[in-house]
Design a binder for this molecule. Sequence first.
Ligand SMILES: NC(=O)c1ccc[n+]([C@@H]2O[C@H](COP(=O)([O-])OP(=O)(O)OC[C@H]3O[C@@H](n4cnc5c(N)ncnc54)[C@H](OP(=O)(O)O)[C@@H]3O)[C@@H](O)[C@H]2O)c1
Length: 335
Amino acid sequence: MRTTELGQLTVSRLCLGAMHMGGDTPTDEAYRILDRFRDAGGTFIDTADVYGDGTSERVLAPWLARHRDDVVIATKVRWRTSDPAGEGLSPDRIRAACDASLRRLGVDTIDLYQVHGPDPTTPIEDTLAALDGLVRAGKVRALGASNFPAWLLAWSVATQDREGWAPFVSLQPQYSLVERSAELELLPFCRAAGLGVLPWGPLGAGFLTGRYRRDTMPDGRITRAPASLEEAAHRRATERNFRVVDELTALAATLDRPVPQLALAWLLGEPGVTAPIIGPRTLTQLDDLLPAPDIDLDDQHRARLAEPAPPPEVSPHRMLREQMSLPDIPALSRR
Ligand SMILES: NC(=O)c1ccc[n+]([C@@H]2O[C@H](COP(=O)([O-])OP(=O)(O)OC[C@H]3O[C@@H](n4cnc5c(N)ncnc54)[C@H](OP(=O)(O)O)[C@@H]3O)[C@@H](O)[C@H]2O)c1
């Protein structure tokens, strides 16, 4: 599998998400998935302390004991867990949560430690200083953020730079052909500031596999999701999104490739995207996805897939583009 750079880390261009491991994916199947991913050249695994309240990290531990030097392991802190009890990004909690993740994973160092979302109750400077302390203590090699709005990410990166603290090297945003808000602010900032981008939900939780249809919505993540979740059917199963699937299905027939491979290939071709985080629940689903980094879609095919569900239109971007003829705000120069 192709690889790329993420800060000082080298990672495969697909990252394997472990969110279901020990839950919807039974442990035996999880190990088969991990082995197959590694055999295919995959070297990047993403988990979080909150996945199964520590279960995902615990399932990974025995496998990591055998393959620690082969992979880059990423985990996260922020949401509520029982060990340590509580939630948030206060310095004490970050330190306790990092120790708990190290213990559950059975490793000496976490390669990429990510804050899983903002914590409005803790001053961001306190969080960033605590994260820097983890890097200095050798518990963590690199830092990342997830689900940060662009202004907070920019503020954080500027603060880390000013204070000489260990920097965020990556952002983990939701990003797929049916959720492209990240293109407005987050991706341009990450490209300009040199942060890698690790899209979560790259298949829209399974919508971009073609198995959900206008007339039949089979059992799956989307039909089971409560209305509050990003992948809930009322958000995913829209006419606009089905038109993306129509384009994917037609292109899949032309190129003789499975639909989800093309959805991943589109993401992999977006400038600044480091590695989509795939979330196969079964070995069969993984096999379907693994060849995606080998596909180079041409501009015409990319445009076809992107046409039905563009990013939302917002001001000032629309005004700058339509009234001021500044179509490419991301390319504005900076010294
Ligand atoms: N930072 C965050 O806030 C955040 C949030 C969510 C996820 N993540 C990370 O991102 C990873 C991936 O997220 P995701 O699970 O939402 O990604 P996704 O790739 O958009 O969706 C995965 C789902 O798609 C379906 N699927 C996958 N491969 C398939 C195939 N070949 N054929 C048919 N269906 C297929 C499965 O649905 P069924 O189970 O219905 O079969 C699977 O659960 C997670 O494991 C986690 O590491 C991070």
